[in-house]
Unconditional design. Structure first.
Length: 401
């Protein structure tokens, strides 16, 4: 029998997922996790330049505090605060004047009413990071197409709800979020926007190992300035979710996707592309696991109104020796951006990127980890002086209190 998404059974399963595993400090009902780390990096292209490449050594100390406060058996508040600094030994002029901070919080409230489940949430984050040249984010796996911006601070606040209506073999889901994205960098003020995010899904549960149905989502994106046009993005199509065993998972979907711009100056026009994606994960045994993904879709651009992207990637985790973990990964992508950049110039850019890395992590003691990673990143563009390649070696230690 398919497992219910609502009711008493779902409530009990949700409680199990809230078991705290990594929070080892207590203050009343609040649990904490404190991490401190120090990393040193060498790169042969610190500014990701096409010409006049400059090597550098970069030092990165960081402290992060995560907290967890269970309000009820099913509801919790999480808070986090990270403080770090990036010190460039040779290119000292680009060092930030203050430490970089990244606070965040989320509160989630869950309500069960018979075969209905409601989840209300509010997520806030503020992130500061250095973007000199174009870069690849190891946190999100996203290629960020930004050029020589310095310290980029941004606020992202998302509040909304999801509702699941369990009808046995059919589960209907509805979601709504309001998002405020605020740029703290004057050259990127045009990215400040508010978005209304909608989703609606219908899933047929054929069995505990197979789900299929129809998925859809839409967003209205309204920008504070007129440099980027307000526009709709929407998609709808079928999907399948297969779990042949507890160690294998596959989800794939695709369909019609559109970008609609009510106001246009003739330079940026409507488009009606398609979207498609597939994600597969496989835990072979206690020592080896990997994940593979491929997708073609539209995203909000970092320098323009819309980014049309196609990408594929593979990441693995190989624990070939006790307490030692090897993490190779590779990804390749194609991007097409159209819009006005941060200096107000309209442009089209077609580019490709290749990112490959090999990381080694060693856990010594109960609280210490050491890691070293080599990363190669290359971008090829149809615009002059927007090509670059970079080698990077990053090593450090982390202590968890």
């Amino acid at each position: 029998m398919p497992q219910s998404l609502a009711g008493e059974q779902a409530a009990e399963e949700a409680k199990k997922k809230e078991i705290i595993q990594d929070y080892n400090l207590r203050w009343g009902p609040v649990s904490f996790q404190v991490l401190s780390s120090f990393h040193a990096e060498f790169t042969d292209n610190a500014l990701n330049a096409a010409v006049n490449r400059s090597s550098d050594e970069i030092l990165r100390p960081e402290v992060r505090v995560n907290s967890y406060w269970p309000i009820t058996d099913l509801n919790a508040l999480t808070l986090s605060l990270g403080v770090n600094y990036e010190y460039y030994v040779k290119n000292a002029s680009i060092n930030p004047s203050t430490p970089l901070i990244s606070p965040g919080s989320e509160i989630a409230l869950v309500l069960y009413v018979k075969n209905l489940r409601f989840r209300f949430h509010e997520r806030f984050s503020y992130l500061e990071s250095l973007y000199y040249g174009l870069t690849f984010s190891p946190q999100t796996g996203q290629f960020i197409n930004l050029v020589n911006l310095g310290t980029f601070g941004r606020i992202d606040n998302v509040a909304g709800f999801t509702a699941d209506w369990d009808l046995g073999a059919l589960v209907l889901s509805l979601g709504y979020d309001h998002e405020n994205f605020i740029s703290d960098l004057s050259t990127l003020d045009y990215l400040t926007r508010s978005s209304e995010l909608f989703s609606m899904n219908a899933a047929f549960i054929v069995g505990p190992q197979f789900r299929s149905g129809l998925e859809s989502k839409a967003s209205w994106n309204a920008y504070e300035t007129e440099q980027l046009p307000d526009h709709w993005q929407a998609r709808v199509g079928p999907f399948v979710d297969i779990s042949p065993g507890e160690h294998i998972g596959l989800r794939a979907g695709g369909g019609y996707e559109t970008v609609r711009i009510p106001r246009t100056d003739g330079l940026l026009t409507d488009s009606s592309p398609y979207y498609a994606y597939a994600r597969a994960t496989h835990t072979v045994n206690d020592w080896l696991s990997y994940s593979l993904y491929v997708a073609h879709e539209n995203q909000l651009g970092w320098t323009t109104a819309n980014l049309q992207t196609t990408y594929v990637g593979l990441s693995t985790s190989w624990k070939f020796i006790d307490k030692v973990e090897l993490n190779p990964s590779i990804s390749y992508g194609l991007g097409k951006e159209s819009g006005a950049d941060y200096v107000g110039l309209f442009w089209h850019e077609n580019y490709s990127y290749l990112q490959a890395s090999l990381g080694l992590l060693y856990r010594f003691g109960e609280s210490w980890t050491a890691d070293i990673q080599y990363t190669y990143l290359q971008k090829d563009s149809d615009l002059a002086f927007y090509d670059f390649y970079r080698n990077r070696i990053n090593a450090g230690v982390t202590y968890r209190f």
